[in-house]
Design a protein around this ligand. Structure first.
Ligand SMILES: O=P(O)(O)O[C@@H]1[C@@H](OP(=O)(O)O)[C@H](OP(=O)(O)O)[C@H](O)[C@H](OP(=O)(O)O)[C@H]1OP(=O)(O)O
Ligand SMILES: Nc1ncnc2c1ncn2[C@@H]1O[C@H](COP(=O)(O)OP(=O)(O)O)[C@@H](O)[C@H]1O
Length: 290
């Protein structure tokens, strides 16, 4: 049985008459192959990535497991069409908080058409992509049983300024994440989600080490997807932090050159997260005592 994902925060989403991803109950995510270069480019990426034996396992785990392509009934009822089949990275979660961050200070790849470059450039200029080297594409933050999720509209998120991004990254790990950026974040989950040996910061630093050397791919318009769950954290258990890279529709060959576009964005994101950890209320008190 296929169904529309409950926890998709960005990208093309299935709705009446609109084709979008589907999931099944065995933990697989089905992304319809876009008919232009995007579908084939993403398949090409996964095929090549799967065949490169020198990619270490601690890096491979940042990518959803790939299961090839499959013809299934499209979400819009238009009939069978090919889908990319991959691991559903939120399938085992009950109430996940998720954030999709599109990386790089430019989202267009050099060989794209002039029209496509102009379209992307406009969006890159109007969002934090250009100044920060990344933009938040979408997120959902779980509140509690009564309040449910804060899942703002795409347009609102794309309008974020640098300050808004900073606040959103704080609210993402706060327990009082009411449906706006106004209330003061309480950082309740900052240490358990961003900090620690398996936290977001540690994982991003591992990725950075790889990106400082890898010259196989250039990951234009690819996203970092961060996932965790508040409820276990409230009980003192692990929030189950997951960091994955997704969306490889615009990945091109690196041709021996590092992916400075992605790497720059990654360093910028790392700085934002480190700053949050370094300036937690109790750390700030300690800092001012020293
Ligand atoms: O056309 P839009 O405005 O929906 O743009 C899509 C983007 O939405 P955004 O406005 O940045 O949130 C969308 O971004 P998100 O995945 O939402 O971050 C994709 O970049 C999508 O491109 P592709 O499927 O990766 O080729 C983009 O689609 P294409 O422009 O490539 O069709
Ligand atoms: N493997 C996956 N498992 C779970 N959710 C995913 C997976 N891949 C993508 N998503 C969800 O779908 C959204 C859009 O994915 P993406 O590949 O960027 O699509 P698009 O090319 O339409 O932009 C992501 O923000 C995320 O919420």
């Amino acid at each position: 049985m296929f169904k529309i994902p409950d926890h998709q925060v960005a990208g093309h989403q299935a709705s009446t008459g609109i084709i979008g991803p589907l999931i099944d109950d065995s933990g697989r995510f089905y992304k319809p192959l876009q008919s232009d270069h995007r579908g084939s480019q993403e398949v090409e990426f996964y095929t090549k990535f799967s065949s490169i034996t020198e990619i270490p396992n601690h890096i491979r785990k940042f990518f959803p497991i790939y299961y090839g392509t499959k013809q299934i009934e499209a979400s819009d009822g238009s009939g069978p069409c090919p889908h990319l089949v991959m691991e559903d990275v939120v399938s085992i979660r009950t109430n996940p908080s998720l954030m999709d961050i599109k990386m790089g200070s430019r989202t267009w790849f050099p060989t794209a058409s002039e029209d496509y470059i102009m379209k992307c450039l406009k969006k890159d200029r109007e969002t934090t992509t250009l100044p920060l080297g990344f933009r938040i594409s979408g997120f959902q933050i779980y509140g509690d049983k009564d309040s449910g999720y804060w899942k703002p509209e795409r347009k609102y998120v794309l309008g974020f300024s640098t300050d808004d991004v900073r606040v959103a990254l704080k609210k993402f790990v706060s327990s009082n994440s009411s449906n706006d950026l106004v209330a003061e974040p309480d950082f309740a989950f900052a240490e358990s989600v961003y900090g620690g040996p398996n936290g977001v910061l540690a994982q991003l630093l591992k990725l950075k080490t790889w990106f400082e050397n890898q010259t196989i791919f250039h990951f234009y318009s690819c996203s970092v997807l961060m996932v965790y769950e508040k409820e276990p954290a409230l009980k003192g258990d692990s929030p189950g932090v997951t960091v994955k890279l997704i969306d490889f529709a615009h990945v091109i060959e690196g041709e021996g050159v590092i992916d400075h576009n992605f790497l720059g964005g990654l360093c910028s994101l790392i700085k934002f997260i480190s700053d949050i950890l370094d300036n937690l209320p109790h750390n700030s008190a300690q800092n001012s005592e020293n």
